[in-house]
Ligand binder design. Structure first.
Ligand code: ADP
Ligand code: MG
Length: 255
C-alpha cells in the first residue's frame, strides 16, 4: 500500500512545489513507484514536470468533483520517472463547488483508494492556504511533510500549522503523523538561519530532516525546462540534496 504524504505549509514560496517535484523524482530514481498529485490551482507541479496543464484531458478537479476514476486522471510522465495527476485553474472553482457535496473533506482520500496500492509513494502538492483542498490532502494523507524557510516568522506559521495538524488528528484523520520538517533555501552562512534552525531542532528533534535543501539556482531553473532538477542537472547541489532527502526517508521507513 502506497504511503500518502501531503507536502504542505500555508505560507507561499517556501518550496512546497519544488520539494514535491524533486522528491518525487528522487524517490523514483531510487526505484520507487511514485505518483504526484497537484492540488494547487496554479498547476506549478504539473508544469514543473513538463505537463501541459491546460491540454490534459482530466485534472485533479475531475478527480475531486466529477467522479472521474483516479486511474484515468493519471499522466505517466516518462521524462520524470513518475506519474502525475495535474492541476489547473479549474481547481479554483473546487472550493466553492465542493460546498454542496457530501463528505467533502474525504473526496481525495476516497478517490485515491482505488490506485493506492500501485505506488510506493503518493505525494500531494498543496496550495498555500489551509482551505478545503488542503484539508482533503490531510485527510487522504498518512503523513505531512512541511517545507520551511528558516526565517523569523516561519516559526509562528509553523505553530499554526501544528495546531491544524492536531485538530485533524483529533477529528477526521487520527492516523495522520508528521513525516518531517524540511529546511529549504538553506543558507548555513546566515546567522538568522542558524538561530531559527537551532530552535527548530530543539523543539522538533528528529522530526527535522537532517538533510537541508540549499538555495540553488538549478532548482529555480529546472521548472522552465519542464524537468525535475535530477534530470536537468544531476550533479547540482539541488539535485544532490533531494537525492539525499529521498535516501533519508527510505532509511527511516526501513527502521
Ligand atoms: P511553494 O510551492 O511553497 O509556493 P515553490 O516551490 O514554488 O514554493 O518555490 C518558490 C520559488 O522559489 C520558486 O520560484 C522556486 O523555483 C524557488 N525555489 C524553491 N526552492 C529553491 C531552492 N532551494 N533554491 C533556489 N530557488 C528555490
Ligand atoms: Mg506551490
Amino acid at each position: 500500500m502506497g504511503k500518502v504524504i501531503a507536502v504542505t505549509n500555508q505560507k507561499g514560496g517556501v518550496g512546497k512545489t519544488t520539494t514535491s517535484v524533486n522528491l518525487s523524482a528522487a524517490l523514483a530514481g531510487a526505484k520507487r513507484k511514485v505518483l504526484l498529485v497537484d492540488l494547487d490551482p496554479q498547476g506549478n507541479a504539473a508544469m514543473g514536470c513538463g505537463v501541459d496543464k491546460d491540454a490534459v484531458q482530466y485534472s485533479s478537479y475531475d478527480l475531486l468533483l466529477e467522479d472521474v476514476p483516479a486511474a484515468e486522471t493519471v499522466v505517466k510522465q516518462e521524462s520524470c520517472g513518475f506519474s502525475i495527476i495535474p492541476a489547473n485553474s479549474d481547481l479554483t472553482a473546487a472550493e466553492v463547488n465542493m460546498l454542496q457535496i457530501d463528505r467533502k473533506e474525504r473526496r481525495l482520500a476516497e478517490a485515491l483508494q482505488a490506485i493506492k496500492d500501485q505506488y510506493d509513494y503518493i505525494l500531494i502538492d498543496c496550495p498555500p492556504t489551509l482551505n478545503m483542498l488542503t484539508l482533503n490532502a490531510m485527510v487522504a494523507a498518512d503523513s505531512v511533510l512541511i517545507p520551511m524557510q528558516c526565517e523569523y516568522y516561519a516559526l509562528e506559521g509553523l505553530s499554526a500549522l501544528m495546531s491544524t495538524l492536531r485538530n485533524i488528528q483529533g477529528s477526521v484523520n487520527p492516523g495522520l503523523h508528521l513525516e518531517g520538517i524540511l529546511r529549504t533555501m538553506f543558507d548555513n552562512r546566515s546567522r538568522l538561519t542558524k538561530d531559527v534552525s537551532d530552535q527548530l531542532t530543539e523543539y522538533f528533534g528528529d522530526k527535522v530532516f537532517r538533510t537541508t535543501i540549499p538555495r540553488n539556482i538549478r532548482l529555480a531553473e529546472a521548472p522552465s525546462h519542464g524537468l525535475p532538477v535530477i534530470q536537468y542537472d544531476k550533479s547540482s547541489r539541488g539535485a544532490l540534496a533531494y537525492i539525499a532527502l529521498a535516501g533519508e526517508m527510505i532509511r527511516k521507513e526501513k527502521k
